[in-house]
Design a protein around this ligand. Sequence first.
Ligand SMILES: NC(=O)c1ccc[n+]([C@@H]2O[C@H](COP(=O)([O-])OP(=O)(O)OC[C@H]3O[C@@H](n4cnc5c(N)ncnc54)[C@H](OP(=O)(O)O)[C@@H]3O)[C@@H](O)[C@H]2O)c1
Length: 289
Amino acid sequence: MKYLILGAKGQLGLEWTKYLQSHQIPYLATDRDELDITEQQAVEDCLNQFKPDVVLNCVAYTNVDGAETETDANERLNHTAPGLVAKLCEAHRITFVHYSTDYVFSGKITDKQVYPDGYPVDAPVSPVNQYGAAKLRGEQAVQAAGENHLIIRIAWLCSAYGKNFLKTMLRLGQEKPKLSIVNDQFGSPTFTFDVVDATAAILASGQRGVFHLTSEGMYTWFDFANAIFKASDITVKTEGVDSSAYPMVAKRPAFSKLDNSRFKAVAGGKTYQMEQGIRRVLDELNKQS
Ligand SMILES: NC(=O)c1ccc[n+]([C@@H]2O[C@H](COP(=O)([O-])OP(=O)(O)OC[C@H]3O[C@@H](n4cnc5c(N)ncnc54)[C@H](OP(=O)(O)O)[C@@H]3O)[C@@H](O)[C@H]2O)c1
């Protein structure tokens, strides 16, 4: 099996590169400079030359607030390009792995009672911001291209790479004596190494379609931050505040926990825990320094 990574310098792309390299699995890692996924001919040429069995689409426009105004980039990277690459993969009989987001759901706080285990894969979608809307159109374009794809929705993505909430908290926790953290948005983080492990398990199962993947449990950003400080022995005072204290450009869902049942059913009940994810990122950051 040969893998082509798109967006290999992003958080998830770097994790895939590390995994395929350490497992001695043949792969080609590309990012914008080597292969711009908005250029159809370049993508087609790469598929013809490298002949991958699986394409891993780790590209996205991930600036949720920026997406409200940078509508062109949001649309191209989150909707049009994935649809186009999915079509090419279908024509070449290549499995297309696409990553999406919890932000395809409306995240009404009342849904927390309706879906106590999180949104199942077939729950109605209704994004509340431009990023979520373009990611949803991207999912639909991938689905319209054919059957041979995975769409894996993940949330609050964290890793030892790039920018993410965990790394921001480590920095702020060392810089400031006290932090106010949003305590009225509910979800659960996904760690990049768990995404790679889960994707490999789903691919091996032969199942296709939509999957959800997060750590077990439900947390607020405040809970998540406190778990990060506990694991890293950082002493900082924290207080939970309402999201109204931090007005953002883009609206955020108040509840975006994803139900992992479909994944667990194909992966023998496998689960991922937030505390373990945090510890592993901390270990990796320690090794980097
Ligand atoms: N980050 C989160 O919190 C989060 C949450 C839920 C779901 N997700 C989903 O998870 C997936 C991975 O996210 P991530 O955080 O790993 O993304 P990321 O770190 O932003 O990485 C995206 C990569 O794609 C590259 N790229 C941009 N335009 C490109 C183009 N035209 N052709 C080729 N490469 C291009 C970027 O390069 P530049 O840096 O040069 O632009 C970057 O290296 C995405 O589908 C995202 O929607 C993320």
